[in-house]
Design a protein around this ligand. Structure first.
Ligand code: OSB
Ligand code: MG
Length: 369
């Protein structure tokens, strides 16, 4: 596989419903897509940076120049047998994992298309369908949140995760549990608390949550270890897990009992597979997180979720929860049992709506060897 050219593009897509976390609300996405052109085959990747440097220090305006000035030139003209060679070629650049991940995943897609193999197979997956959960943002009122939960349960989703922050936490969980005593429920704080709030966080234990995701600082592991000792509820780390080494550290230190794997956050499929394996060897279950992806990133998340240790429902849900029209066909659909069926077709099994992608494009640049 020779990398002859790489295209960067930004597309704009309004969300069907705003999404609010402890760091803010967004109504519309600016999405960065990468296309690698390799001897007649195009592989697509989604660089999962946000519109702001809030969840991660990377954001769309840092990713674009990092890709165009550094990462893309490191790949142009290179020949590789496997996308697994990509991380070594990009290793001189520190961090910028989401930018690297967008590129590497596009190369995996090109490789699977070249080999006419499904992506999930190349990744080593085994599941024929994957269990799905939803991540529900902070709403204008608790009533509005309860209504949303009702809708998602009726659609079949197997796990409800709600975003929490001080002032939107115990009151919310209390209302959810009094209406649904037995559903699989978890919460995600996106670093909204500090270790001074242990007494407050201990009160989460009464709600029988599957997990509390990233309660403390986004770069912290040690203080989560201290917190986990004080809680019955399992801590799940998201932001803090940036590679397989931090996963091993967190697990061995007892900082969490569950890990959320986001392929972009750890820098691409190669590292995501390593995080998966580290967790599996320590008997720590993982699940696939989401970054409000279009069908491109969603298809990649689905393929990754077929690996064996993805034993908990992920945040990978139907296209229509995010978009009026997704950029793939068929769109990602979830069965009434809350499952996504895995395709046996080459690549992700989803076709790109290239006309729609062109229409949504606001910026595009192609780099050639
Ligand atoms: O913390 O998991 C998170 C979205 C953007 C940034 C961070 C997070 C999220 C989500 C949404 O929870 C998951 C999804 O539905 O894609
Ligand atoms: Mg999270």
């Amino acid at each position: 596989m020779k990398i002859e050219a790489i295209t960067l593009r930004e597309i704009h897509m309004p969300l069907v419903h705003f999404f609010e976390t402890s760091f803010g609300r967004i109504y519309s996405r600016r999405i960065l897509l990468v296309t690698v052109h390799c001897e007649g085959i195009d592989g697509w990747g989604e660089c999962v940076v946000g519109e702001d440097p809030f969840y991660s220090s990377e954001w769309i305006e840092s990713a674009w120049p990092t890709l165009s000035s550094y990462l893309i030139p490191m790949l142009l003209g290179k020949r590789m047998d496997s996308a697994r060679e990509c991380p070594a070629l990009l290793s001189k650049v520190t961090g910028h994992r989401m930018s690297k991940g967008g590129l590497e995943n596009a190369l995996w897609e090109a490789e699977t298309l070249q080999q006419q193999q499904p992506l999930w197979k190349l990744l080593g997956g085994t599941r024929k369908e994957i269990p799905c959960g939803v991540s529900i943002g902070i709403q204008d009122s608790i009533e509005q949140l309860l209504e949303k939960i009702q809708t998602e349960l009726a659609a079949g989703y197997r796990r409800i995760k709600v975003k929490v922050k001080p002032g939107w936490d115990l009151n919310v969980l209390e209302r959810i549990r009094s209406r649904w005593a037995d559903i699989t429920l978890s919460c995600d704080a996106n670093s909204a608390y500090t270790l001074d709030q242990v007494e407050h966080l201990r009160k989460f234990d009464q709600f029988n949550l599957l997990m509390i995701e990233q309660p403390l600082w986004n770069d912290d592991i040690y203080n989560h270890t201290r917190l986990q000792k004080e809680l019955r509820t399992a801590i799940c780390l998201d932001e803090s897990i940036i590679n397989a080494r931090s996963a091993a550290f967190a697990v061995e230190a007892g900082a969490c009992r569950i890990i959320n794997i986001k392929v972009g956050r750890v820098g691409g499929f190669s590292e995501a597979l390593k995080v998966h394996d580290v967790c599996q060897s320590h008997k720590i279950p993982v699940w696939c997180g989401g970054m409000l992806e279009t069908g491109i990133g969603r298809g990649h998340n689905i393929a990754l979720s077929t690996l064996q240790n993805f034993s908990l429902p992920g945040d990978v849900s139907a296209s229509k929860r995010y978009w009026k029209e997704d950029i793939i066909e068929p769109e990602v659909e979830v069965s009434p049992q809350g499952m996504i069926a895995i395709s046996d077709k080459p690549g992700t099994g989803y076709r790109l709506k290239t006309d729609l992608i062109e229409k949504l494009t606001v910026r595009k640049e192609t780099f050639r060897a």
